[in-house]
Design a protein around this ligand. Structure first.
Ligand SMILES: [Zn+2]
Length: 375
């Protein structure tokens, strides 16, 4: 039945558990997403088999209660109704009706009966809300402590022990790891524990840690797992963001070395890309890596900024370019000029993406815009 009371259905859904409901109604979602909320799986809407799109997950902290989740590309869906609207192309009333039907609420009589059940279970629901909140607070404390410990055990990239990091950067032809201010933001770590998306331990590796901040406030650490010889570590994802307290928001954040509130600001996705551009332009520009396409898209300029140069990745999926264009559009709407700089290399058959680090590796400084070099 359409026009059911959303609150009645919502509370009934909480009582049954959104995990149970969505598993039944959405066979298109990868089972592994249900097994471990917070785990990334293929996006049921934009993911293509064998071609990436692994940005979908359910919320780790309250999935059973909220039914919410997000895809790095498609957006955030805070509750089970929004999730169904996105997945099935429903309007709100259709989503409520479908969940109602699944829970046996077909008529006004069913609805009244369910409202009674909900009221009888109010205390149980409240107790569960509190349990989730307590768990969240404990987990937040754990994550902030862990981030501090990780950072405390790190060393400057110039330290004699940091050779694996320097070997890695040298293999990318990057020369600016020793410039002023780097040691406050990007450092070497002798032993980073790596776990895959299923939570399985993959080993301890040397690597780099980079502080992700937002308006100067620390949010989390981004990790680069390496081998002692300075190659990418043989793990599922050699670059991973640490988990961070849920009361911090990473959107608008990035890896900022020095001031980001300048008249002209340069931004890109990856740390290696940023440092490759700095090396390639003979240090004429300073580039802030914003970690990934989603954070690039969400960049928040400071009050002094008049122009943002966006050095994009050329991806097979088109995601890098899309993120750059979205940022450019938002900046223009704010009255800030924006310019996209696309890598001067073609995307060859079989390649997933080309970035400015590839330009430095293949073309050297010749591959970088002349004006930038003279700037
Ligand atoms: Zn998606």
């Amino acid at each position: 039945m359409r026009n059911l009371k959303a609150e009645v259905v919502r509370n009934a859904a909480k009582l049954r558990g959104w995990d149970v409901i969505l598993k039944e109604l959405c066979p298109e979602i990868d089972d592994r997403a249900f097994q471990k909320p917070g785990r990334h799986t293929k996006c049921p809407v934009h993911g293509v088999a064998g071609r990436g799109g692994d940005g979908f997950k359910f919320f780790r902290k309250d999935f059973q209660d909220s039914g919410g989740g997000m895809c790095n590309t498609c957006g955030t869906f805070p509750d089970g109704f929004k999730m169904l609207m996105w997945l099935k192309g429903y309007g709100f009333a259709d989503a409520v009706a479908e969940v109602g039907a699944f829970l046996g609420i077909h008529s006004t009589a069913d609805e009244n009966q369910q409202a009674k059940v909900n009221r009888a279970n109010e205390k149980a629901l409240e107790a569960r809300r509190k349990e989730i909140a307590d768990k969240e607070a404990a987990s937040n404390l754990y994550h902030s402590k862990r981030l501090n410990e990780l950072w405390k055990a790190s060393l400057p990239l110039t330290h004699p022990d940091a050779e694996p990091a320097r070997l890695y950067l040298a293999s990318r032809k990057i020369l600016c790891w020793d410039r002023v201010g780097v040691d406050k933001v990007v450092r070497y770590h002798p032993s980073l524990a790596s776990y895959n998306e299923d939570g399985e331990f993959e080993g301890d590796f040397p690597g780099m840690v980079a502080k992700v901040t937002k308006a100067g406030k620390p949010i989390t650490l981004h990790r680069y797992f390496l081998t002692p010889k300075g190659e990418k570590a043989p793990v599922q994802s050699p670059k991973k963001m640490c988990m961070y307290p849920t009361d911090r928001l990473v959107t608008g954040g990035g890896i900022f070395i020095g001031s980001w509130d300048e008249v002209v600001v340069d931004v890109c996705e990856g740390l290696e890309t940023a440092w490759a551009i700095e090396t390639g332009t003979n240090f004429a520009v300073r580039v802030h890596p914003l970690v990934n396409a989603t954070l690039l898209e969400g960049f928040e300029p400071g009050p002094s900024t008049k122009l943002v140069r966006i050095w994009i990745d050329k991806d097979r999926s088109g995601r890098g370019e899309e993120a750059g264009l979205n940022l450019k559009k938002r900046l223009w709407e704010m009255g800030i000029q924006a310019q996209l700089l696309t890598p001067s290399l073609p995307l060859l058959e079989g390649e997933k993406s080309v970035d400015w680090n590839d330009v430095l590796l293949k073309l050297g400084r010749m591959g970088f815009p002349q004006a930038r070099r003279a700037a």
